[in-house]
Design a protein around this ligand. Structure first.
Ligand code: B12
Length: 793
């Protein structure tokens, strides 16, 4: 009998020729239903596993839907909020539950049926254990079942985490072909319980292409009002509100809500008057509530909002793209051996340090690039995005030349990111634009193509070509950020003025622009002054997104400005003024590098370093300030005026400053002069000096294998066999470990007479070195000269 009834209902349903849901959203007011749970409790059912009731008491479920339809709901949600494999451990399959739920809703003959998809009930990383891909699978399983159940739309609701929302939207988009509306739950201050903001939610959901955005649960309509206002600020779609019947409390064994239907309706009326077109109720609301809001609001006009906010975001922070928005450039391994090592070893703490350092220095967005040889770049970029976004809340710029790496990162990134980059080559646009469209990302568009970098007019033509091709992919110009390209003024004096002219003309057309500013100073001394001046000039022309080292000191330098304006031929005056430039005395707010090391101040030491160290003075600072401070500390220790904890703190501070220097100023040469094995000898843990030798030698073209500290002769020999070095370098800082150094040197010399043995460290002398058949250098710079001479380089 029920089957016959169902058949008749579905025939009526098909005959009506109703407006498709996506179209209805834009053309009429939609009334959603009220709470399913409250109605079940009212009927005396337990809400322990409400989805099973679809099978065990289908008529009751249909009756609830029908009552909502009779109250005026023209769209009802299926009883499937928790219908996922993580929660469903009962005796019925997910397929059976979802199938029954859709049938039950259909038999109530609503105008529209929405498949209701709620949160998974477990948190995603970093709040919980669930991975993005696992969450996706759990949603995709539902999507595949729903695909042929003839519902009108999918609603993803009561979500607290934008990343979970993203997994759900992608799963439904990729596995069924239904319109999607979604709603998240926020508290009074406009944050979800994991900290996601209303604005970020709006940007992310709309970027992923949903059909309406809303807020449900969490509060009554009075408190929700401010959050809805905030949502509208970002909305370019229909908006919906589905609040609770006020605040819950527990009375006489029952949950009761403090807002009656009349009060609820007054408050919903205020929300409807903002232009909100879709209304309904969540926990605690019943048929009476829906009936009243329908009667009160049916004649009010509504708005399909069209508020385009030009902004990228993470789940927790929205950054509007208004001049200037600073992009931190330092998470890029080019020329940074320590970051390279960290990428190989998956050392995310190291990357996080660089990330937070940049944010502390004022970066709004972080560029993240894992491009280096010998790694799976896609995997590394995906993992770095997952780890970084778990801690920092800045929006990300995904930087790779490989579309596959961009694709992987776009999938897991929590937010609306920027893709770095596309260019005017057809191949590049064909690879990047579909991804940008699918994930709603912004895109940096480089004004070059397969023929290279043309003159300014050519670059602007390429910009137009990219914009036109983007439009064909359904991507608006608003999503493009053009890079008219920075070229070095040391190569051509007009390079900077051309680039600035490019920024100005693109700005006048209403386009956003970006520049990797530091290229402009390539080949010049005191590059910071040129970069900082160029930054000021470019921002003046309207540059939207400067990509810089955010720690850079801002402000113009007169000579640099002349050079940048092309008024200093071959930058002669600038070079004359600044070649051999030594910076001002090293001090910020009373702190010096020496002072920080002596007092064991780690963070402050790095702050002073950041403010005062540059490419031209770092060697001087290592040799004079850091080593002097450590020596002084050693003397104090020897004289009983400082003790081991001070020694340890001083060493930690020195190591942090040195690590900053290595990361920012020391690179790895492309050509290898020779392979060097380095070790601090057995019994000795002093490795600061050895690490300086390592960084300087790498900088000068030596390939280093660092065996660390406390290294036995046996381990050294294994490494010699493995790496076949031309040089073995040994370090010792204590008189007690000199014997171990002698033993290691003698053994290597006996077995490998052709290997050059270098020794060093505070207790080692030239005499001692000669006695053990080794070469000696007093410091790292001298070591380079000695080795170059020995190897006849
Ligand atoms: C920092 C420090 C520590 C740190 C080390 C942290 C670390 N990761 O390195 C900590 C706190 C852990 C430490 C521990 C100890 N320390 Co200590 N420590 C020092 C201190 C203050 C500075 C050393 C330093 O880093 N100098 C700066 C670097 C850059 O200089 P460098 O190593 O000489 O390197 C330069 C050159 O020598 C050369 N070089 C170095 N290696 C090589 C290698 C090659 C191949 C080449 C070519 C060149 C080269 O180039 C470098 C750069 O220019 C010295 C005091 C001093 N003035 O040396 C005491 C000192 C070395 N420590 C000392 C002692 C006694 C100890 C402890 C025993 C203390 C204790 N009671 O536990 C332990 C030893 C533990 C052990 N088994 O090794 C004594 C050693 C006395 C002696 N003559 O034997 C010293 C001299 C202090 C003192 N005056 O009493 N210490």
């Amino acid at each position: 009998m029920r089957a016959l009834f169902g058949l008749l209902e579905s025939m009526r349903f098909q005959k009506r020729g109703k407006m498709k849901f996506a179209e209805a959203l834009l053309n009429k007011r939609i009334y959603l239903d009220g709470a399913m749970g409250s109605a079940l409790i009212e009927k005396g059912f337990s809400t322990f596993n409400p989805e099973e009731l679809n099978i065990t008491v289908p008529d009751d479920i249909t009756a609830i839907h029908r009552n909502y339809v009779l109250s005026g709901s023209n769209a009802v949600y299926t009883n499937t909020l928790g219908a996922n494999s993580l929660k469903n451990k009962g005796k019925y399959t997910l397929e059976a539950i979802i199938g029954a739920a859709c049938d039950n809703a259909r038999r109530a003959n609503p105008e529209y049926i929405g498949y209701d998809c709620g949160p998974l009930g477990a948190l995603l990383y970093p709040y919980g254990e669930l991975t993005f891909e696992k969450a996706y699978e759990l949603f995709a399983e539902q999507a595949k079942i729903v695909a042929d159940k003839k519902v009108d739309f999918v609603v993803i609701e009561t979500i607290a985490d934008t990343l979970e929302l993203k997994a759900a939207i992608l799963a439904f988009k990729e596995n069924c072909d239904l319109p999607i509306i979604c709603s998240m739950t926020f508290d009074k201050g406009g944050r979800s319980f994991v900290g996601c903001s209303v604005g970020a939610y709006a940007q992310i959901a709309q970027g992923l292409g949903v059909d309406a955005i809303g807020i449900n649960c969490g509060s009554g309509p009075d408190i929700m009002r401010e959050n809805i206002k905030e949502l509208i600020k970002y909305a370019r779609l229909p908006v919906f509100a589905k609040p609770n019947a006020g605040i819950p409390s527990y009375k006489n064994g029952k949950t009761v809500y403090d807002m009656d239907a009349a009060h609820f309706t007054d408050e919903m009326d205020k929300i409807a008057r903002f232009g909100v077109s879709i209304l309904g109720g969540c926990c605690g609301t019943t048929y009476e509530y829906i009936d009243k809001i329908v009667k009160a609001t049916k004649d009010l006009s509504f708005t399909i909002f069209d508020n385009h906010v030009d902004a990228v975001c993470s789940g927790r922070r929205v950054v509007e793209l208004k001049t200037p928005v600073i992009v931190g450039e330092r998470l890029n391994p080019t020329g940074k051996p320590l970051l390279k090592q960290a990428i190989i070893e998956d050392n995310y703490d190291y990357m996080l340090n660089i990330a937070t350092e940049q944010l502390d220095a004022g970066a709004d967005i972080l560029d993240i690039n894992m491009g280096m040889s010998g790694i799976d770049e896609r995997e590394k970029l995906v993992n770095a995005v997952i780890k970084l976004q778990g801690v920092i809340d800045a929006p990300l710029q995904l930087d790779s030349a490989r579309a596959s790496a961009i694709d992987g990162a776009l999938r897991v990134v929590d937010g609306v990111p920027i893709i770095n980059s596309v260019n005017g080559e057809e191949k590049s646009m064909a690879a990047i634009f579909p991804l940008a469209k699918k994930y709603g990302a912004y895109i940096i568009a480089l004004c070059l193509d397969e023929n290279g970098i043309p003159d300014l007019e050519g670059r602007l033509e390429i910009a137009e070509r990219i914009a036109a091709r983007a439009r064909e992919y359904g991507i608006s110009e608003q999503k493009l950020i053009f890079d008219p390209l920075t070229l070095a003024i040391s190569v051509d004096k007009n390079n900077a003025i051309n680039t600035l002219e490019g920024v100005k003309r693109l700005y006048n057309k209403g386009y956003k622009t970006t520049l990797g500013l530091s290229n402009v100073s390539f080949g010049l001394p005191y590059r910071e002054a040129v970069n900082a001046t160029f930054y000021e000039m470019a921002v003046h022309e309207g540059l939207t997104l400067p990509i810089i080292n955010p720690s850079m000191k801002k402000g113009k330098n007169n000579l640099a400005e002349k050079a940048l304006r092309g008024e200093d031929a071959n930058c002669e005056r600038y070079i004359e003024a600044y070649s051999g430039y030594k910076p001002e005395p090293i001090e910020i707010s009373g702190l010096t590098i020496e002072g920080c090391v002596m007092r064991g101040l780690k963070k402050e030491g790095v702050d002073v370093a950041r403010a005062t160290i540059n490419k031209d003075n770092y060697i001087y600072i290592i040799n004079n300030n850091i080593i002097n401070a450590l020596n002084e500390l050693g003397v104090l220790y020897e004289n009983g005026k400082a003790f081991l904890p001070q020694l340890i703190a001083g060493a930690e501070s020195a190591k942090a400053i040195l690590s900053y220097i290595r990361e920012h100023f020391m690179g790895e040469a492309e050509d290898i002069k020779a392979v060097v094995l380095l070790a601090t000898v057995k019994g000795d843990v002093h490795d600061i000096g050895k690490n300086i030798v390592k960084a300087v030698l790498s900088n000068y073209g030596y390939k280093i294998h660092d065996l660390g500290k406390n290294v036995s002769t046996e381990d050294l020999l294994h490494a010699v066999e493995r790496y076949s070095p031309q040089v073995v370098g040994l370090s010792a800082l204590m008189t007690t470990t000199l014997d171990n150094m002698a033993e290691s040197a003698a053994t290597v010399r006996a077995l490998y007479p052709n290997i050059i043995i270098m020794v060093g460290g505070a207790v080692v002398s030239c005499d001692f070195a000669r006695r053990i058949g080794a070469h000696y250098s007093k410091d790292a710079q001298e070591c380079v000269r000695v080795l170059d001479a020995l190897l006849k380089i």
